[in-house]
Design a protein around this ligand. Structure first.
Ligand code: GDP
Ligand code: IMO
Ligand code: MG
Length: 435
């Protein structure tokens, strides 16, 4: 467990297959840590033919001996978390303070945050962000406001919690009534609900930052599991159509309570094409037969909301930006199998606006851009059983190599199906991904 730390971060708009890669790396990691986002994430692991979809629980949970941590940067929803724990019990996966811990400094998603998320989105009409309705934005807004925030530590102090909830709900009732004409929330019911959560969660809540810094001192391997994708980053994504936390590798340090040097090797996860859920710019989107085909072949329906995902060609201009932002050492290319059967595949290499090629990618200024595409021959073969790079058809190999050139870093690992065994170790230098 003394290999270098590793950070897994999404390069696109989320759902790049992070769950599968985190599961693969967890066996060689002492800790798996979520540092951003919350139950808006949906990370899928297919292990021994069984499918698990995790929203809050880190994807190392299926590995005995690995400790899974919800960092202070996470919007922690105790309701979803406890449901997930109950789901694990039903499936005979063991959990307890030895393998799952929650930071006492994580901000808590309250029931009124979820309500606020829904009411706010409905009021925006066509201008809506298309959130997952998990209360993420309102929870982080209260975190920044401070006086209206609840932290995990409060859950285990019932008196403090009750006082805070009474005061906060009084204010929320005024705002919700004025803004949305909503009926009042019963503070006592919220208190009862969250005190009960606190009672169950008490053994798992603690000072995870200290625990992780101690692990660093001892040279134990930590794996940081990103949520969402870089283009949804609050600072560096396609604002305002983003989520509300720092999801790139830049967020690891603040969101886990470790020094920036703890990030280790950065693995950038990218699909072999692109998908996006919710509103906002998506230059390579194919709102046509190609997009429909990608959606059906890739089963592109949201893990958290079930919404159909928007699909399109690979955007190397955007992924290059995301990889540079997070200091990505190597890429993992997932869902390559989905491209089988396309006569031609396209890669966007840059954007033009008003006929002029843009020099730099700017996530905050995507209006009116047109994609510049390169077209490559496709392949027809089913590649879901390929185990080595050389078993891939020539056209697939050329596609991967072209992406490496455009993105300026090696493709270390390739995924050709949802199963644990459907992987190809290519040029990886990350322990746990090489065979
Ligand atoms: P995450 O949010 O990044 O963890 O990704 P999701 O779990 O939301 O979405 C990825 C989906 O693709 C899941 O259903 C995975 O089981 C599936 N998947 C992962 N890798 C591959 C792959 O290489 N090929 C195919 N066909 N499916 C994959
Ligand atoms: P994983 O970790 C894909 C998107 C939502 C919406 C925007 C804001 O599974 O990759 P929010 O509820 O966060 O306020 O919604 O961000 N979004 C995701 N899209 N995968 C995710 O997570 C996402 N988490 C949030 O669809 O457009
Ligand atoms: Mg997902």
């Amino acid at each position: 467990m003394s290999a270098q730390n590793v950070t897994v971060v999404g390069m696109q708009w989320g759902d790049e297959g992070k769950g599968k890669v985190v599961d693969a790396l967890a066996a060689s990691s002492a800790y798996v840590v979520r540092y951003c986002g919350g139950a808006n994430a949906g990370h899928t692991v297919v292990a021994n033919g069984q499918k698990f979809a995790f929203h809050l629980i880190p994807c190392g949970i299926l590995h005995p001996g690995t400790c899974n941590v919800i960092g202070n940067g996470v919007a922690f929803d105790p309701e979803v978390f406890l449901q997930e724990l109950d789901g694990l019990t039903e499936r005979h996966v063991a959990w307890g303070p030895d393998n799952i811990r929650v930071s006492h400094a994580a901000n808590v998603v309250m029931s009124y945050h979820k309500l606020e998320d829904k009411l706010g989105e409905a009021a925006l009409g066509d201008a809506k962000i298309g959130t997952t309705a998990r209360g993420i934005g309102p929870c982080y807004a209260d975190k920044a406001r401070r006086s209206t925030a609840i932290r995990a530590a409060d859950l285990i102090c019932p008196d403090v919690l009750a006082d805070k909830i009474r005061r906060i709900v009084e204010g929320k009732n005024k705002t919700f009534a004025a803004l949305y004409g909503a009926p009042p929330i019963d503070a006592e019911a919220v208190i009862e609900q969250y005190v009960a959560y606190g009672r169950r969660l008490a053994p798992l809540i603690g000072n995870t930052g200290h625990m992780l810094r101690k692990a660093l001192d001892e040279g134990q391997r930590i794996l940081f599991e990103g949520g969402q994708g870089s283009m949804l980053d609050i600072d560096h994504g396609t604002y305002p159509f983003v989520t509300s936390s720092s999801v790139s590798a830049c967020g690891v340090s603040a969101g886990a309570g470790v020094p920036p040097s703890a990030v280790g090797q950065v693995v950038g996860l990218t699909k072999a094409y692109t998908s996006r859920v919710g509103s906002g710019p998506f230059p390579t989107e194919q709102n046509n037969e190609i997009g429909n085909r990608l959606r059906e072949r890739g089963r592109e329906y949201g893990t958290t909301t079930g919404r159909p995902r928007r699909c399109g060609w690979f955007d190397a201009f955007a992924v290059r930006y995301a990889a540079d932002l997070s200091g990505v050492h190597e890429l993992t290319l997932s869902l390559l199998d989905v491209l089988s059967g396309f006569e031609q595949v396209k890669i966007c290499t840059g954007y033009r606006r008003g006929g002029k090629l843009l020099e730099a990618f700017d996530a905050s200024d995507m209006g009116g851009v047109e994609c510049v595409y390169e077209t490559m021959p496709g392949w027809t073969e089913d590649i879901t059983s390929c185990k080595t790079f050389n078993e891939l058809p020539r056209a697939a190999r050329d596609y991967v190599s072209r992406l490496e050139t455009l993105l300026g870093r090696p493709v270390g690992f390739i995924s050709v199906g949802p199963g644990r065994e459907q992987t190809i170790s290519h040029r990886t230098k990350v322990e746990g991904l090489s065979r």
